[in-house]
Design a protein around this ligand. Structure first.
Ligand code: INI
Length: 162
């Protein structure tokens, strides 16, 4: 952290002005529920592009359960200022949800703590597909509004500068 790092705004909870120039990011995205995760990916790319990130690489894995392995491998490889993990875990009728969502959250946090590279949790965990769609840009599929991929990328820029 340097003296000019963004600090939490005193008067509001809006995003600090974030500049990603000179930063490199890896986005790792799960293909499971790809109709949702592709929208998260579009949101993340839009945020990084708006903030001036010139070097972003995208990697895909089968499902959210595989995100921690990939994130740790990329963080260990070096060359990335932050890793953004994107996925969508929808509860449905099966206890599988709890294992997949829980291990994705635990493993992604661990990957960041183990490597010292920020690993951002851009994984939706919802009861229904409708709830997931509402958090992936809504009916219009917006890349900027109500898009947790966009928010995850903004978080990545802030933590890369921390
Ligand atoms: N993976 C997801 O990303 N989202 C889900 O909702 C999901 N459900 O519901 O099963 C899911 N399962 C696959 C899992 O992530 C692994 O790819 C699989 O278990 C192989 O390890």
């Amino acid at each position: 952290m340097s003296a000019d790092s963004p600090t939490w705004p005193k008067d509001s909870l809006t995003w600090p002005k974030l500049d990603a120039k000179g930063l490199s990011f890896a986005i790792v995205v799960a293909r499971f529920n790809s109709g949702i995760t592709e929208k998260l990916l579009a949101g993340a790319r839009e945020a990084l592009s708006q903030a001036g990130a010139a070097n972003t690489q995208v990697f895909s894995v089968p499902g959210a359960f595989e995100l921690p392995f990939a994130a740790k491998k990329l963080a260990t490889r070096g060359g990335f200022d932050a890793i953004i993990a994107l996925g969508a875990v929808i509860r449905g009728e099966t206890p599988h949800f709890d294992y997949v969502a829980g291990e994705a959250a635990r493993g992604l946090q661990q990957a960041g703590l183990d490597t010292g590279v920020p690993v951002i949790f851009g994984v939706l965990t919802t009861d229904t597909r409708e709830q997931a769609e509402a958090r992936a840009g809504g009916p219009s599929g917006s890349a900027t509004d109500n898009n947790k991929g966009y928010d995850a990328a903004m978080t990545a820029i802030e933590m890369a500068r921390f």
